[in-house]
Write a new protein. Structure first.
Length: 364
């Protein structure tokens, strides 16, 4: 056999061997890719995404699309060939498995966490939208969760309204931890609460809950690293009462990143005319009760997914702008926003054709 032919044969066999080995070698990576987008002004699976009753609404055209990212499951075993292909693919992104599923988090745990974040983002979107429309929303501090085997277990319950700690009125959930940590571990702290059942009954009967209870709990030392601090084993949060009903119907979606687009969709439904002027606007970003927009993951995947669906403008959280601007899909304008007010101003420029005024994302 000629030497050249033998060399080519050996190289071919080695390449085949390497490819076969790559198929069987698992690597600790996962893949992200562009997911579907959904118009918050439209329908999904045959029903409106936003359903508002008890308040006059207005028809809205155009698009205010929320965007998603597909990720491989927690138990998916990626092989070396798939990892290399993912690294080379322009629209996909290969990341360490622990980035998506830290601390050995299971698929079920991740799904549950995403569902909780999605639910909270809906609440904050409703609050931010109504405040943008100057519609009052009643808010109060609640026990969001109780840690198992903690001093608070059996004494405080999820949904209890926290009125005061040690007699000091509570006006925001952040104040609860500050008041508790004024104590040393082993000291007693007194919570004045409206029991969850009483609060639920008052809401149903459209009255103000007045029945309160004083609950005394002995603090313990936190297991956290760092300076010693006292805890009772609860997480505090915020609950709201809305003056009318707002339902967000969107299954199989998790996480908090659709908050901004849900809020804008609600505002559009409650406002005469079209916020978009009929344009195709997509976007992403968390939102809090005060309308502040926060960063999200997978921004590069979301811009690609939006452009593939025909988006012309993409509302981008300001803290994601630099990453998003490194590879902007052709024909898509990335608009930097830090608050719902920023987004509303950008939409005013878009529908008015004043696009030179838009604050666009840059690489720096």
């Amino acid at each position: 056999m000629p030497r050249r032919t033998a060399t080519m044969l050996a190289s071919t066999l080695m390449l085949i061997a390497l490819l076969c080995a790559g198929v069987f070698i698992n690597v600790p990576y996962s893949e992200m890719s562009p997911g579907p987008t959904v118009n918050t002004l439209g329908e999904h699976d045959g029903e409106p995404v936003l359903q508002i009753s008890g308040r006059k609404t207005y028809p809205a055209s155009g698009h205010l699309n929320m965007t998603t990212v597909r990720v491989t499951s927690a138990d998916y075993k990626m092989n070396l060939v798939e990892a290399v292909y993912g690294w080379l693919a322009h629209d996909n992104k290969v990341v360490p498995h622990d980035t998506l599923y830290p601390d050995g988090k299971t698929e079920e745990q991740s799904t549950q966490e995403n569902a909780e974040e999605f639910s909270q983002s809906q609440e904050s979107a409703k609050v931010a939208a109504l405040r943008e429309r100057n519609i009052p929303v009643k808010s109060w501090t609640i026990v969001s969760s109780v840690l198992k085997d903690s001093p608070a277990e059996g004494k405080l319950h999820a949904g209890d309204v926290i009125k005061a700690v040690d007699g000091t009125p509570v006006k925001a959930y952040e104040e609860v931890a500050k008041l508790v940590t004024k104590h040393k571990p082993g000291e007693k702290v007194v919570f004045t609460v409206v029991p969850a059942k009483e609060q639920a009954a008052a809401e149903k009967e459209k009255r103000t809950a007045t029945k309160t209870e004083d609950i005394t709990i002995t603090t313990v030392k936190s297991d956290d690293d760092g300076e010693e601090r006292a805890i009772v084993g609860i997480a505090a949060g915020t609950d709201h009462t809305f003056p009318f009903t707002i339902d967000i119907k969107l299954a199989d979606v998790g996480g908090p990143s659709a908050g901004l687009m849900f809020a804008l969709g609600i505002v559009d439904k409650l406002t005469p005319g079209d916020l978009t002027g009929g344009k195709f606007v997509a976007g992403t970003g968390t939102i809090d009760d005060d309308g502040k927009v926060g960063p999200i993951g997978g921004i590069e995947m979301k811009t690609v997914g939006a452009r593939d669906q025909g988006a012309q403008y993409f509302l981008t959280p300001k803290d994601n702008c630099a990453a998003a601007a490194r590879d902007i899909p052709d024909g898509l304008t990335l608009v930097k926003v830090g608050t719902i007010d920023d987004a509303m101003n950008a939409l005013e420029d878009i529908r008015g054709g004043n696009t030179d005024n838009l604050p666009q994302c840059t690489k720096s």
